[in-house]
Design a protein around this ligand. Sequence first.
Ligand code: TYD
Ligand code: MG
Length: 458
Amino acid sequence: MGKKSSFLCQECGHRSVMWMGRCPGCGSWNTLVEELTTAKGRPAKALGDDMLPIKLSQVDLAQENRYVTGIGELDRVLGGGVVPGSLILVGGDPGIGKSTLLLQAASSLSSGGSVLYITGEESLKQVAMRAKRLGIKTENLFLASETDIETAIQQLTNLSPRVAVIDSIQTMMHPEISSAPGSVSQVRESTARLMNFAKNHGIAIFIVGHVTKEGAIAGPRVLEHMVDTVLYFEGDGHQSYRILRAVKNRFGSTNELGIFEMQGRGLKEIANPSALFLERHPLSSAPGSVVVPSLEGTRPLLVEIQALVCPNSFGVPRRMTTGVDHNRVALIMAVLEKRVGLKMGGHDAYVNVVGGVRLLEPAVDLAVALALASSYREKLVADDMVVIGEIGLTGEVRPVTGLERRLKEAQNLGFRKALVPQTGIGKMTLPKMNIFTVNTLYEAIDLALNVKGGAYRG
Ligand code: TYD
Ligand code: MG
């Protein structure tokens, strides 16, 4: 008793006893979200010893020890392993491999203590069959099939594992909330319970979150704010590579990528992926293809960007991108049009990053621009050349971080030419590399489309 639910407007905070389509407080539509409230006038609670504030210097830091999963790519993305008491959200499209990854992680973590895997999506038999397929044989991995969050917490309390997995948060529900599982209020309430439990008991909990069509984890943003770490598992459905990316991490860097391959017996780590996303070989190079030494996290990754620009005589020109931000490409095309004079207004344009990797850093701008220009002009960019640089609105090419590290990797993989920003270029020792520096996009295009090339042997 004492608990009941009410509805809270997410815009203005107006509270209502029943759900309404329109908030009476601020008039916005569809903003009321169900919440559990505790009865008013709760008697002041006496604080126990463990509830009093303590001095910063007295905080026990022993907790900072991490559980290493043994899956190197996962450990790196987490910032060196799992922090006890932390809540980790793993998001991704259905079928991408979240359950597989977490079952593999659960299995290796169980060598150091018990691990509880709670599934709300599959039967115990299905999970066991997957475990068999993955070759998992461990005594310390416990399974439960449960969708009631209170029962799930009870099971966690009873077993007291070192790590737990909740697969998925959208299937968990609190019986006192009337809305359906997967709704904002259910997802938020379940996550809050798990957060509380994780913090109080020092148990690390992974939660799986499905991604909506718009690409956000269902339960708008709220979930991301509540947890310590948000990892996204992504990849091109038609290829076997999977990329794990931290988008939020209270215990580590957010730029790290972990790269896996989905094989017949589960996910295998790719420890040295730098040339994975290159489709190029001497025979296949065509206009519209450019290689960029991207630096996502601490590891350089050579990735091929492809563009196709062709005239469109009917209707609105199409613009499609995969692997790079659509708006960023629109901006680059505007700069190409205005500062370089490439009239692409009446053309369809497609930009694709090979291999399903997503490039988020603006340092790849110049490569995207050159791929577009190369396709538009039907001229090749030398196939032993890499291109890196950010583009500004005035058409200037801006410096990037980690230039030498990027170029070293390119040199190791057989590239012999690099087109880089003039500004911020320091002393580099790259004996085999021929470096071209540019200040503007105009210069870059002029140079890249006229350099004869290629002795690239990948
Ligand atoms: P799954 O982990 O169930 O995805 P999610 O939990 O993100 O929905 O992975 C499902 C896909 O992975 C499915 O298409 C089968 C494939 N798969 C393999 O290719 N090899 C394997 O060893 C396993 C377990 C799954
Ligand atoms: Mg799953």
